[in-house]
Write a protein that binds this ligand. Structure first.
Ligand code: SF4
Length: 204
């Protein structure tokens, strides 16, 4: 609960955006992207997403009362969701049990952060892993994303994407539509080199 003057607010663990249901698990992130939404806003669609406390899986599941209205649940909040791997697995198991699709939007540092190949743990629980590629070189990525892993961040991201493909998970690499055609084509080749597809996504 946040107290600002007389205003009290509850943390938002589950929110809707563009007709989809999203799960917000953490503020933590291994990047500090120059383009991150968090640099200029507190939330999405007027919903404040900075958390005072990270939720347990049970606390998230309790908020999924309207689940039957949605086709897909996306783990994507105001930080890097894969940091909360145990919570993802528990919530995703619940969502799959209800017959819904699951996706994680991630910066792709999951294997590096947890110190092991986590892709097999996601198989069967997560239908799609969408990794933000953001750039077609390690140098450009480093300049844009300012990761705690420095210039190794890009290799970690590609390694994770490859692990997900090898685990049999539908894997997508994404770039934002502010980059030029040449960068998009280079990114497409990189995505194909790890067995993933490229998605060009719209910048907020
Ligand atoms: S990886 Fe995502 S949450 Fe983390 S800083 Fe970059 S845009 Fe923001």
């Amino acid at each position: 609960m946040d107290c600002k003057g007389d205003i009290m607010r509850e943390d938002i663990y589950v929110y809707e955006h563009a007709g989809k249901l999203y799960i917000n698990l953490t503020n933590q992130c291994t990047n500090a992207c120059t383009f991150c939404l968090r640099n200029h806003t507190d939330g999405i669609d007027g919903q404040p997403l900075w958390l005072q406390k990270e939720p347990s899986a049970k606390e998230v599941i309790e908020k999924l009362t309207g689940l039957n209205r949605y086709e897909e649940v996306v783990f994507c909040g105001f930080g890097e969701p894969i940091i909360k791997l145990d919570e993802i697995k528990e919530v995703a198991a619940y969502v799959k049990e209800k017959g819904k699709k699951t996706r994680i939007n991630t910066n792709g540092h999951g294997n590096a952060y947890h110190g092991r190949n986590i892709a097999p743990e996601l198989k069967g629980l997560i239908d799609t892993v969408s990794v933000s590629l953001n750039a077609s070189s390690a140098e450009h990525y480093d300049a844009l994303c300012q990761s705690v892993y420095g210039k190794d961040a890009y290799a970690h991201l590609l390694d994770f994407a490859k692990s997900c493909v090898e685990a049999g998970i539908h894997t997508v690499l994404s770039v934002v539509d502010v980059v030029d055609e040449e960068e998009i084509e280079a990114s497409r080749k990189i995505a194909e080199s790890v067995g993933a597809t490229l998605r060009v996504r719209h910048h907020y």
